[in-house]
Design a protein around this ligand. Structure first.
Ligand SMILES: Cc1cc2nc3c(=O)[nH]c(=O)nc-3n(C[C@H](O)[C@H](O)[C@H](O)COP(=O)(O)OP(=O)(O)OC[C@H]3O[C@@H](n4cnc5c(N)ncnc54)[C@H](O)[C@@H]3O)c2cc1C
Length: 496
């Protein structure tokens, strides 16, 4: 069976793979190396040089359960590396947090010094916002446990949990919530930015399933927030990203779910793209909430240009087969891998293709209507290059029925998301692959309105992208983070 992104072939070199932190969390606390210098160089929130006293760093380490890592520590390099190999940054110190108290101490240390602060959840930030040069990295990866309460139908995920653990802990009990399409992505950044997944038409975005959170705000306070307690703050974190504090626990609603789902991909030669896309342009409007579909145009590693439709039907497979019938009559597929299979097959099938250490650039735009003009542009813009692809992610359904201001997520009217980008291993490819991605994406951009911040390398204009939510977000930012400690994100300017 051809997976949606199999072309995104990224074979990791042994050295890159070895440098990826694997399930960290319980390692012994290692004392900070002592050197002749009494301080190390840091950088302030405004970019000014700072002297960080080693005694203060040692005190921070002693106040925490997890270790503080400095350059030269055996785990420093593997911890500072994030998913996208384009980012090679060296924090002055890394606070590996094992508890909310650890996070609070690290936040207080940073705030008191106005030290540049990066927060790392799962480390999948495309633009590399979870790491910085000369600041502090608050590393949540030791806090990755997920537990499920079957009676309450809730999952509790640590601030550094990965989507795989969220899916696994829920499915074990015949339950599920919306998680994204690559299972080593972090729950943290994914959820705070919105959270699209193959179940979003039925259950909404990840934020629509968030029932409460524990968060450490810039003042160091640990708060449990929901739609009653600190309701403004709870509203803001549902779409406002990491602007408001460090979330140490997410509580998600779970739904009963049969993990044997009708799912897979149907693949056609790209020459049949017009038939497939024109069909999709009519079909998506009448889809049931149970059916998720997403067309992808790509080039396989052997040079074969394809269009494929990924399908997940969350319901009775017989009903799903019926709904898929018209799709199966389109053109002459070269592969049809849609069958009843375990949901985790789909949820993990792209993990290796999107391996850690890949160099990756991506852009997206939200689409309200698939017009003939858009279909023509998708066909005309296609670039035959195995490093690149056009993905779509169908939204609509339950995600669209949530009111525009019910959460801080601004793209409720979208029917689909267009994503253009790719991955490669050789830095020498950076310039050409980024230029081609941009060339491809900007032919489609006139058909979009706003972009999804989580899947965009450039993420420029925060104010415009938050839409009508922005003034309220600014007020809440001003209340909870007036000094803009949490600024390495799609940043919201605190209201005075
Ligand atoms: C391979 C891949 C597949 C993806 N698939 C999907 C998908 O299917 N659906 C989708 O919606 N998105 C998807 N994304 C985008 C993804 O949602 C974002 O990259 C997201 O930021 C990843 O979260 P993270 O915790 O791994 O990232 P990190 O790099 O750790 O964090 C990104 C930012 O989020 C904030 N942050 C993270 N954790 C916390 C926390 N606990 N508290 C406070 N702030 C925090 C910080 O501001 C940080 O800079 C994908 C990304 C990749 C690389």
């Amino acid at each position: 069976m051809i997976s949606r992104r199999q072309f995104f072939h990224t074979t990791l070199s042994a050295s890159v793979a070895a440098a990826i932190p694997m399930l960290p969390g319980c390692e012994k606390k290692v004392p900070i190396a002592t050197e002749a210098d009494t301080s190390i160089r840091g950088i302030s929130l405004d970019g000014a040089e700072l002297e960080l006293e080693k005694t203060a760093i040692r005190e921070l380490g002693e106040s925490m359960t997890g270790p503080v890592l400095l350059s030269g520590h055996p785990e420093y390099d593997s911890t500072r590396m994030i998913w996208n190999g384009m980012h090679d940054k060296r924090p002055a110190l890394i606070a590996r947090c094992m508890s909310s108290r650890d996070v609070s101490n690290a936040v207080t240390f940073a705030r008191e010094r106005r030290l540049l602060t990066a927060v790392r959840g799962g480390g999948h930030s495309w633009p590399g916002k979870s790491v910085c040069d000369d600041g502090i990295m608050i590393d949540l990866s030791p806090m990755r446990a997920v537990t499920a309460d079957t009676e309450k139908r809730r999952a509790y995920a640590g601030g550094g949990a990965l989507l795989n653990a969220l899916d696994t802990a829920s499915l074990e009990h015949g339950l599920v919530t919306t998680a994204g399409v690559v299972s080593h992505t972090g729950v943290g950044g994914f959820t705070l930015g919105g959270g699209f997944g193959r179940l979003n038409r039925k259950y909404g975005l990840a934020i629509d399933n968030l029932r409460s959170a524990e968060i450490v705000t810039a003042d160091g306070k640990i708060r449990r927030i929901n739609d009653q307690e600190d309701a403004d703050l709870f509203w803001a974190i549902r779409g406002g990203g990491g602007n408001f504090g460090v979330v140490t626990e997410f509580e998600f609603e779970l739904h009963p779910f049969d993990r044997n789902v009708l799912s897979g991909s149907i693949v056609w030669p790209v020459a049949q793209a017009r038939d497939v896309l024109e069909f999709y342009g009519d079909w998506y409007q009448g889809l049931s909430d149970e059916l998720y579909v997403g067309p992808t145009m790509a080039t396989m590693p052997d040079g074969t240009a394809i269009i494929l439709m990924e399908v997940v039907y969350n319901g009775d497979p017989t009903m799903g087969e019926k709904e898929l019938e018209p799709l199966r009559k389109i053109g002459t597929p070269i592969d049809d891998g849609v069958k009843v299979q375990d949901y985790m097959v789909m949820q993990t099938q792209e993990d290796a293709a999107f391996g850690h250490g890949v160099r990756s650039y991506i852009k997206n735009g939200m689409v309200r209507e698939i017009t003939q003009g858009l279909v023509d542009a998708m066909i005309e813009a296609y670039i035959n290059d195995p490093r690149l692809a056009l993905f779509t992610h169908t939204v609509g359904g339950a995600a669209k029925r949530v009111g525009e201001m019910d959460t801080a997520f601004p793209h409720r009217n979208a029917e689909t998301m267009l994503i253009v980008g790719g991955g490669w291993m050789d830095p020498a490819d950076d310039e050409s692959a980024i230029a081609l991605s941009r060339e491809w994406y900007y032919k489609l951009d006139p058909f979009t309105g706003g972009y999804y911040d989580n899947i965009d390398f450039d993420g420029a204009e925060a104010a415009g992208n938050y839409g009508p939510a922005y003034p309220r977000l600014r007020q809440i930012k001003g209340q909870f983070d007036p000094g803009n400690l949490f600024r390495l994100n799609s940043n919201i300017e605190p209201a005075a």
